[in-house]
Structures are given as C-alpha cells and as structure tokens.
Design a binder for this molecule. Sequence first.
Ligand SMILES: *[C@@H]1O[C@H](CO)[C@@H](O)[C@H](O)[C@H]1NC(C)=O
Length: 350
Amino acid sequence: MYLWNIKIVAGTLLLVLLLGVLYSSIFQSHRFFLVFENKYISQLHRNGPQPDFRTHDFHFEVPDHLQYKQPSILQGRTDVVTVTPWLAPVVWEETFDPVLLDSIYRPKNMTIAVTVFAVGKYIMFLKNFLETADQHFFVGYNVHIFVFTDRLDDVPQVKMAVGRQLTVRAVPSYSRWQEISARRMEMIQILIEEKLHNSADYIFCLDVDSNFHNHWGAESLGGLVAVVHPGYYEVDRSRFPYERRPASRAYIAPEEGDFYYCGGAFGGLLQEVHLLTKTCRTNFEADAKEGIEAAWQEESHLNRYMWINKPSKVLSPEYLWQDFKPRKPEIHIIRFSGVIKNYALIRPNV
Ligand SMILES: *[C@@H]1O[C@H](CO)[C@@H](O)[C@H](O)[C@H]1NC(C)=O
C-alpha cells in the first residue's frame, strides 16, 4: 500500500515535469515562429512583392528643429466638441497646425485620389470645382482627380499645378437622378479595384456642385473619414433624415445613430472606402430587389454604414457647408460648400 502511494506520487511528478518541458518547448517554438514572421514581413515591405493595397505608414516623423506654436492640453476650442465618444478627432479650425501636419505628411509622397460625378447638367459645376480644388485641396500633394461623366465633350480644360492629374471616365446617362446617386458607390468600388489599389493612398468622394473656399489638407486624413452634415448638427437624432422603414437595409431607429453625415463628402484609406462602397452597393441592390429605395439613396446607406463602422476621423461642417446657409459663430472658416442651385434646371426628373 505504502509502495503504491510512492509510485503514484513519482508518476504524478514525472507527468508534471513532462508537461512543463512540453509547454516550454511549444512556447519557445511559438516565439521563434513569431520572430521569423516579423522578419519575413519587414523584408517583404523592403524589397519583396507589394501587398494588394499600399500600406500606409502611421509613423509621424517631423524634421529636427521645426518651429511651431506650443501645443496645450488645457487651452483650445471650448465652443465645440473636438473628439467623439469613440475617441475619433472632430476636425475644426484651430484644432490642428497645418505646417506641422505638412511636415509629417508631405515627405511621404502620398497620392490622394478624388472622385467626382458630373452627370447630365451637373457638368456645369465641374469647372469651378476643379479650379477651386487646385487652389485649396491638398496643395503640394499628388492629387489624382477622376471625373465620371456622360458628357465627355463638355469636360472643361483646367490648368492644374504640378503633381496633379485628371482622368475622365465615361458613364451611361441615367434618366433618374436617384439612379445616378445609387450607382456612384458601385463605380467608386470598381475604380478602386481596377485602377487605384496600387497607385493611391487615400481617396475622397466629393460632390461636384460644391466649391472649395479655404484650405482642405492633411488634417482630414484618416482610416475612414466622414463629414457632419451642416443641416443637422444641432438636431436631435430622432429627427435626422435617416431611412426609417425597418424593411430597408439602411434602417436606423429613432433612438440610434451618432451624427447625420453628408453623402457629398467622405473618404479615407483605399481599403476602408472600398469596404464602404461595396457594402453600401450590396445593401442598395438587395433593397432594390425588394422594391425599396432608401430615403436619401446612397446617403442613407452611408449613414447606416458609418453608424456600425465608426469613422476614425470626423470632419466638422466646415468641410461641407451650404452656400444658402448663413454662417454660424462656431464656423470660423468654410472650406468646401455646396452652391445654390435650381433643381428644376439640372435634374432630369424632380
Ligand atoms: C512621388 O510620387 C509620384 C506619384 O506617385 C511619383 O511619380 C514620384 O516618382 C514619387 N517621388 C519620389 C521621390 O518617390
């Protein structure tokens, strides 16, 4: 009996020892594996084949001895909120230093792609859009503007600064403006897949019937970027013009949602905008099959997407104002603004 007990104790000890050896050897090989993989990844980046999307470097290096105003964590804008509850910055004038940002972002030699749709009579807005973009939008960066239009002959000749390019893509003429709006997501998705994935870092999708009035630059860069709509930032969310029919894939309940975002300006890293456009397009098409069109088409689907997939940077209404709206005290600068237009004149149907 006594001998038997000793055997059990000895056996247990041996088992514990064996398990210990086994555990440490697995742990070690796991560590080796990780080290190996890290080496492999850094080599890939240096000289190997490129991944599908350009990987953006989030390392913020500034030149030695760069002079700029001392930052403070005590003093700043007090009339507006500059961070969301999920800790995304909300960009307002005086919350960033453009010189400091340019010193970080310019050396990265990134390319910013822009999509703009000038279908039907909206072509009349293209000249001012392009000319003012040249003066204010990412000045000093590589900017590649893609114009989608059914009026190839009416695309204006606009002189653009060095490093800026314009590409025109033909689209069919649609009879309903709702359809033009709906197909934009699909066209942006295809553009990213076919053309941009290796030639741009960020993309912004902007409305053509708007002009730039002031600086719009690197402060707007982020993974997923949305602009708060100038018409609804003082309004309770139950009164946002979200899609309210539960049957639609763009549905948001009255007690849900963060902000009402603009369909006329959004952007971010290519992979983020690719996922957004793909999702919105899929949901739009599934709705259409069931005979549902969301209240504000792509804008409704975009708002639903941005509610579930929070933007990593939120741009204040400075980034898409409306010319007909009187300026409010918290709006210290208007960077981009929708022109006053007569819908009856420019839309194929109203
Ligand atoms: C910067 O980017 C542009 C556009 O992608 C490219 O043509 C140029 O060669 C790049 N310059 C440097 C120094 O990498």
